[in-house]
Write a protein that binds this ligand. Structure first.
Ligand code: AR6
Length: 167
């Protein structure tokens, strides 16, 4: 199965590329962003600050420093604002951009968190649908053998993503 859903901590997950749920300043923050920066060490923040920022819906690639991965892709998902502000296209876009960066880096496996489902307030059922569809469409159009994992931090979110993947 090229796409799988897991319960776990992304900072401990084994994949070539770990995806961060960042903000457009790339200055670190709470949630999975804070956890990844703590686990990676200060080099990650230095590289992010040197990049300077990333638009919502886009993504950038850095080294992984102390994380058990080769690279980190920092995705900037949308803040939920009711659903009529282009949130779905921005959420799909950041997933597509992340997979393009993974391919360009020559990596074969990538692990995503539930982007925008925490501080950014995106309803998980809607985010799971958009995120999984964007990844599935990208895999189908590229026709490659990327292994994509969604690593969820709570059983509730894991179930939402697993149900969406199954149905
Ligand atoms: N492993 C996997 N998932 C995690 C982990 C972890 N270690 N920690 C939290 N999550 P969030 P967002 C889950 O808030 O909504 C930050 O301050 C979490 O339970 O991390 O995209 C950034 O700097 C939730 O399901 O990201 C931005 O400012 C999911 O990861 C802003 O938050 C995403 O929650 C981004 O907000």
């Amino acid at each position: 199965m090229p796409i799988s859903v897991h319960l776990g901590d992304l900072t401990q997950f084994a994949a070539d590329v770990i995806v961060n749920a960042a903000n457009s300043d790339l200055r670190g923050g709470g949630g999975v962003d804070g956890a990844l920066h703590r686990a990676a060490g200060p080099g990650l923040l230095r590289e992010c600050l040197a990049i300077g920022g990333c638009a919502t819906g886009d993504a950038v690639l850095t080294a992984a420093f102390e994380l058990p991965a080769r690279f980190v892709v920092h995705c900037v998902g949308p803040i939920w604002n009711g659903g009529a502000a282009g949130e779905a296209e921005l959420l799909a876009g950041t997933h597509r951009r992340a997979l393009a960066l993974v391919r360009d880096a020559g990596a074969h496996s990538v692990a995503f968190p539930a982007i925008s489902c925490g501080v950014f307030g995106y309803p998980p059922e809607l985010a799971a649908k958009v995120s999984l569809a964007a990844v599935a469409a990208s895999l189908a159009s590229a026709g490659d053998d990327l292994e994509v994992s969604f690593v969820c931090f709570s059983e509730e979110i894991r179930r939402v993503f697993a149900d969406q993947l199954g149905g």
